[in-house]
Write a protein that binds this ligand. Sequence first.
Ligand code: AMP
Length: 434
Amino acid sequence: MPKFQAPRGTRDLLPTDRAVFLRLEDTARDLAMRYGFAPIETPIFEGSAVYERGVGEVTDVVEKELFRVQAGRGGSERERWALRPEPTAGICRAYVQHGMRTWPQPVKLTMTGPMFRYDRPQAGRYRQFWQFDVEAIGDAGPAIDAEIIELAMAFFGEVGLTDVQVLVNSIGDATCRPTYIAALTDYFRGHEAELPEQERARLETAPLRLLDSKDERMAGLVAGAPVITDHLCSDCQVHFEGLLAHLEGVSIEPRLEPTLVRGLDYYTRTAFEFYRSGAEGQQEALGGGGRYDGLVERLGGQATPGIGFGIGLDRVALALAEQDPTPAAEPWRPVAVVVGTDPDDTVVRLQLATELRGAGLASRPDLTARRLGKQLDGAARAGAHFAIICGDELEAGHVQVKDLMAGTQRQVDVTELARDLTRAHTQHRHGDDA
Ligand code: AMP
């Protein structure tokens, strides 16, 4: 085994995996922009306080999973950083820092990139993973809550995942959540002896967290716990009903899930998660999100409502591979390889390939000084559609085009070559060259 390996919980995305991610990222960006979300990029690390204050100190993400960054000599308060575990806190920090409240509201932003959590690595759970994220800051909903959920569903549809279901809940707000938390705390206190140690400690600091505990021993207790939707205040109730009405308006049938609370402190009211039907275990969520009406204020801005989601691209890629194991297309595969009868004349092959690429055609020259037969073998192995053979006829302005898929060969005028190859390749791809 080689001495140096990618760190535990991370992986190299080799070309075929990276091609899948690129397609997902392209779809995500195009779709989000079609819905009016503008691209933003925030740093991969922030001051740790952004997460401690934003995400919340008593959350798995901050307590156990934050990747803290130590600078060379490090140590001062100003030099406490952490790799981003999720994008929302950094985007809201940017919203405050750049005075985006003076922009037309809501400010709709999208970002796709790597996130970092020091989690126990397992299938679908990595220490570096990719999220497609959208945030709409400055709209109290509930219509936009439904619009965002619909956007996520459209994404799953466009990338080809057909069986995704959304689970929704309302987790109340500062008015009604305290009464619910009191009822929940009473309930768990009544079962204190059955609580695993960590959950017992959390009972006093963050009792909601017990509902999304990853500890399997908690499942039975959680099933019997009081549910938030029985405790919503009238504003939250109206908001939740508004969300459901708008979802119905765009033909989305959510599954109501009263124990869905999400793992981060900043959520209020709408909370949702996406699963493939029949895969509702916690490790399997494809994405999730919710409303965070208090977050901008926690980060030093004015009280501003907001909502967003994060979709895990690693899990979407895994689900797609399960659904259809055929490897994805490889856009870097050459359409044409330029070969030559004179093994040593690499100049002419480089020249011609350069011209073809300038005309937009994926092509590469064979730059080895080997015999034509070997060059043709190489072109076939590279999966090229055509081999362009440069020989003596080039002086008269012609090359031979060998169609490696059809096994045919013909002479083509060099000035027509790019157009000719593009046409023949497109026709072949659409299956109408018979
Ligand atoms: P969360 O904010 O924890 O709900 O994360 C949103 C989405 O990101 C999840 O539904 C997953 O698809 C993905 N995700 C979260 N943590 C990980 C991880 N450690 N590895 C891979 N994907 C993850």
